[in-house]
Write a protein that binds this ligand. Structure first.
Ligand code: M3P
Ligand code: FE
Length: 304
């Protein structure tokens, strides 16, 4: 049993038309379903029904984030474990959410709503399964990332949130930042992927979303993404640069309604027995942005 990977993020946006235009034309996602109140998007190489759900709400921010579990029965086991830890859970029935069956919902210790699901509607990627071409059609708009990669949430008590993800949900710690007293300021956690992180947790207000990130295949695509963002007048937050933590190449920017996005590539391959990397607070500047070695206040303090 276990947590496989990030499945989708559900967010609120005060201007659904503007957000949809940005996520399709600039980010280059595929629009899979749209009503007056909500919109569903996916990347061209994703198999699930969607990886991003947006709904209209006057206040931008995250409703919930969803991870897929390995086996159908895992929902029962996680229900027991999460309840035993002291977090009440609820079941969302098949038919109550688009693109998936029954799910388990609960509030994690840092205040975000997390959902676990096994039964996901598979609609396939853009290439198909019959003699597929190796690349997407050349005329995709915008950045067009192949898939969503990871997300980052804030927590007032990083150690408490981190132990929930590790001890209760069984995720693996890959990197951590410790303050001078040995307390965790940030943690990077992997599910069953070989990525250095599927979710990270960094000190900040409970309940907050810092960003989610899309994967790009190489560093040159990060440079092209920066060109696309600048051409479209998107506000860039940081980069293009490299993280010390994860070693990934990155650029951060804001969607038109103020939610931070990242595109990410590189990093290293994590095996189940890879040893944890530890950063000390005095080196956190390099951990964040290896070339600049700065802890930007906007980067740390802005979230939705
Ligand atoms: C990443 C990453 C913060 C660190 C962010 C790191 C907010 O986004 O992909 O490794 O302190
Ligand atoms: Fe990130």
């Amino acid at each position: 049993m276990g947590i496989l990977r990030l499945a989708h993020i559900d967010v609120r946006t005060p201007d659904l038309d503007l957000a949809a235009a940005y996520y399709t034309e600039v980010m280059g996602l595929q629009s899979v379903q749209r009503t007056a109140e909500e919109a569903y998007f996916k990347c061209w190489d994703e198999e699930d029904h969607h990886s991003l759900r947006m709904r209209y709400d006057p206040r931008a921010g995250m409703d919930s984030f969803t991870f897929r579990v390995e086996a159908e029965d895992d929902l029962h086991e996680f229900e027991r474990k999460v309840e035993a830890y002291g977090c009440p859970t609820t079941r969302v029935s098949r038919g109550d959410a688009v693109g998936q069956g029954e799910s388990l919902r609960f509030e994690v210790p840092s205040g975000q709503i997390m959902e676990l699901v096994w039964d996901i509607e598979k609609t396939g990627n853009i290439l198909g399964k019959h003699n597929p071409r190796p690349t997407p059609p050349p005329d995709l708009a915008g950045i067009a990332p192949p898939r969503m990669d990871h997300m980052l949430v804030n927590a007032e008590e990083v150690a408490e949130a981190s132990s929930f993800f590790i001890d209760v949900l069984g995720m693996r710690l890959t990197e951590q930042v410790l303050d001078g007293n040995g307390h965790q300021l940030g943690v990077w956690l992997a599910g069953r992927t070989n990525s250095p992180h599927d979710i990270a947790i960094v000190n900040g207000p409970n309940g907050a979303l810092h960003h989610w990130a899309y994967w790009l295949d190489d560093w040159d695509h990060i440079r092209k993404a920066a060109d696309t963002l600048a051409f479209n007048g998107v506000q860039i937050d940081q980069g293009p640069t490299r993280h010390g933590v994860t070693r990934g190449n990155t650029i951060y920017f804001f969607d038109p309604l103020g939610i931070r996005n990242e595109v990410f590539t590189g990093g290293y391959w994590v095996d189940p027995d890879t040893e944890i990397i530890t950063w000390t607070e005095d080196n956190f500047g390099k951990g964040l942005f290896y070339y600049e070695n700065v802890i930007s206040q906007r980067f740390l303090r802005m979230h939705t």
